[in-house]
Ligand binder design. Structure first.
Ligand SMILES: Nc1ncnc2c1ncn2[C@@H]1O[C@H](COP(=O)(O)OP(=O)(O)O)[C@@H](O)[C@H]1O
Ligand SMILES: [Mg+2]
Length: 346
């Protein structure tokens, strides 16, 4: 693996950082240290060459214009905002010179996907909408009433979820094969283009869940969150094109530690075999222990993994990143303040 050089400047809480990316990249650190900001930066940079309007992409991610994504550290936004990555097979750059001047050049990743930390809320929301729209009694009222009811419900839920990255829906639809329920779209076609997007989403969430102990097939609404999340992560990792970048936020959410260990092995194998760049944010040192074990047993090589410990303080208010080395023998450098950050429970 040739490492990718990743440069970030004036992006949210990052003043200037240079990181190296491999197949599996772990960002660990306290809340507000900049883990998500860096994962989002990598995702935006990978996705930027594939979209018509990068501003729209940023609005989809944060619901904010570019002047609020630029680091607010110069009595206002600091420019230029620069995201840049270079490695095999190329180079990509996103440069924002002012709130109106934005430029993208080159390309490095074949595709990009993001699994934000609110992904389960989103899936549950879709399931709720689906169950509402499918209720027999609603089938008898006019399409317009059903749709406006579902929409007001969706708006209400979306308003309750903080900074809900709507671009997750696009990625989810792409990974699930964008099956459009043509007949349903036709039925509601007089109510506007947004509805054309909503209906396929509703049908898309109708996948089945198999209970592990009885093999009974149940609707996904009956599945525990941990199982849904495992399914989501596994779908993204198995279906993503070779050479994609995938940002996965906090894969430990909703999972039993043993399941997390299994998931980390799956993620690591898939990342290497699919030449993926995984950017994983976490609060869990179990992910590090699992990766180190995989290095020790030869499943992955030490150079397939990078780990960064991120930190901010009042003396150094902008994100600092410290590389934590993983060694062949399955050990890794000590994480600073591990007790405070990860395991201070009592
Ligand atoms: N434009 C901005 N300028 C400066 N700081 C920002 C900007 N946008 C967000 N932040 C700060 O960046 C921090 C990083 O958040 P985030 O990356 O979500 O952290 P983590 O995922 O590690 O919990 C937040 O504390 C937020 O206050
Ligand atoms: Mg975060």
């Amino acid at each position: 693996m040739t490492l990718i050089r990743f440069h970030v400047e004036n992006w949210r809480c990052v003043e200037k950082l240079d990181l190296e990316l491999s197949h599996i990249n772990i960002l660990i650190g306290p809340n507000s240290s900049g883990k998500s900001s860096l994962a989002h930066a990598a995702y935006i940079l990978a996705k930027a060459p594939m979209v018509r309007d990068v501003r729209e992409l940023l609005r989809g991610l944060y619901g904010l214009n570019v002047e609020f994504i630029a680091r607010l550290g110069c009595g206002g936004p600091c420019y230029p905002v620069v995201l840049e990555a270079e490695g095999e097979p190329g180079r990509v750059e996103l440069r924002v010179r002012s709130s109106t001047e934005l430029e993208v050049s080159g390309r490095l990743w074949s595709s990009a996907y993001m699994m934000p930390s609110q992904r389960i809320d989103y899936v549950r929301l879709l399931q709720l909408l689906q169950s509402v729209v499918r209720r027999e009694e609603l089938e008898t009222v006019s399409g317009r009433t059903v749709v406006s009811f579902v929409y007001s419900l969706a708006q209400m839920f979306i308003a309750c979820l903080p900074s809900l990255p709507s671009i997750f829906l696009d990625d989810l639809m792409k990974i699930m094969g964008s099956q459009r329920a043509v007949s349903e779209v036709a039925r509601f076609k007089d109510v506007g283009s947004l509805v054309l997007e909503l209906i396929p989403l509703l049908s898309m969430t109708s996948y089945k869940y198999v209970d592990p102990y009885t093999s009974i097939e149940l609707s996904a609404t009956a599945a525990p969150d941990g199982v849904i999340d495992l399914g989501l992560i596994e779908s993204f990792l198995s279906k993503a094109e070779t050479g994609s970048l995938i940002a996965v936020e906090e894969p430990e959410s909703h999972k039993h530690p043993l399941k997390l260990v299994e998931l980390v092995e799956f993620m690591a194998r898939r990342a290497v075999e699919g030449k993926l760049t995984l950017v994983v944010t976490t609060h869990s040192d179990l992910i590090l222990h699992s990766l180190a074990k995989l290095v020790e047993t030869g499943v992955i090589k030490p150079e397939d993994v990078t780990v960064y410990y991120l930190e901010r303080s009042s003396e150094k208010p902008w994100t600092t990143a410290r590389r934590i080395h993983v060694y062949e023998d399955g050990t890794f450098e000590e994480i600073p303040h591990v007790i405070e950050v990860i395991s201070r429970v009592f």
